[in-house]
Design a protein around this ligand. Structure first.
Ligand code: ZN
Length: 346
């Protein structure tokens, strides 16, 4: 994978000029602080934004209102390496379904003497800002969220709390109401294409890039994988199954399970593998629709149902606890041409 720049600057945040201007103004007017919910699809720059903001506030050589952290002082390096003493961070352990309560308030024997809520209250060691990050905020459970409410409501002075999440809608209302939302995407088609071309170094025709962005539904990690052709062979074998006159659900499930299995044990990688396959399915049925419209075939309703089913499955990936049944239901519905809309999900 081509990563053009190890230490990005604000100009690398394509499509986020307004966000940058908003934070610059808040810093200049000395009113920055509080809690922020940073949301956006995969690959649009949420983590880059948070790291940049942390470096902007903590850089030793460039004052925050300049919005141009130097990138090589000790502070900048520590932020990038994840070792800065005034940046605290909580994320979901790979083997857990949610962020454990102990991450926020410490284990039962050290309740309130350790954990995020405790660490936030410790004065910044370097005398500047404190940046507190909750990664994977999509995986906050109600218990964890409740512990956070007071902290989110009144962070200490010179402290900024940033919750990073994919979906704004999925956040508990109690969390949403205590945070200002920073929307990082979904980026426009043009901004996505620019990001892939200029930041990720993709070299392809505009139409090819745009197609990949569309197919991946704004998930730019998935778009990048599609563009890099890592999934070429996979695509061929899947499409062969999907376009059979009578698609075989067992064969489709097998392709999915093999590819997901190759992704390893890590949940995020398995989800990415599943998203790739579903993106290929969406792309395939979309193309078939176009083709049929052109040829004036009579099979459009079943293709539309299959397209709808693929889009639906793609949307379910992040909130589904059971990948195996997601795949099985998907394959079964594709075989018979059902949308999978049974009215209870949503
Ligand atoms: Zn610096």
């Amino acid at each position: 994978m081509t990563v053009a720049n190890a230490m990005p600057s604000w100009t690398d945040l394509i499509g986020l000029d307004q966000v940058r201007a908003g934070f610059k103004a808040a810093i200049e007017q000395n009113r920055l602080g509080g809690s922020f919910l940073v949301t956006g699809p995969h690959g649009t720059g949420k983590h880059t934004f948070v790291e940049l903001l942390a470096r902007t506030l903590l850089c030793r050589l460039s004052s925050p209102e300049k919005m141009s952290p130097c990138g090589h002082c000790e502070s900048c390096q520590q932020v990038a390496a994840g070792t800065h003493p005034d940046v605290i961070r909580v994320s979901k352990p790979k083997d857990k379904a949610t962020i454990p309560l102990a991450s926020f308030i410490g284990d039962s024997d050290v309740r309130m003497q350790e954990g995020f809520c405790h660490d936030v209250r410790i004065r910044p060691l370097m005398g500047g800002w404190k940046v507190a990050v909750i990664d994977d905020a999509d995986f906050l459970n109600e218990e964890g969220a409740n512990c956070l409410l007071k902290t989110l409501e009144e962070p200490p002075k010179k402290t900024i709390i940033l919750l990073i999440a994919i979906s704004e809608q999925r956040q508990l209302p109690t969390i949403r109401s205590r945070c200002q939302t920073v929307r990082i995407g979904p980026l426009s088609l043009d901004a996505s294409s620019r990001l892939l071309r200029e930041i990720q170094g993709v070299q392809a025709d505009d139409s090819v890039i745009k197609e990949a962005v569309e197919v991946s539904g704004g998930d730019l990690h998935a778009a990048l994988r599609l563009l890099q052709g890592e999934s070429d062979k996979l695509r061929q074998s899947l499409i062969q199954r999907l376009q059979a006159p009578q698609p075989d659900p067992i064969a489709i499930t097998k392709i999915f399970n093999e590819h997901i299995g190759e992704a390893g044990k890590e949940a995020s990688k398995r989800r990415a593998a599943l998203r790739d396959l579903l993106s290929i399915s969406v792309q395939h049925f979309r193309q078939q629709m176009r083709h049929e419209a052109f040829e004036n075939h009579q099979t459009r309703s079943i293709t539309l149902a299959r397209l709808d089913r693929s889009v639906r499955a793609l949307r379910e990936v992040d909130r589904s606890a059971n990948q195996a049944s997601l795949v099985e239901c998907f394959a079964a519905d594709i075989a018979i041409g059902q949308t999978g809309d049974r009215g209870e999900i949503g």
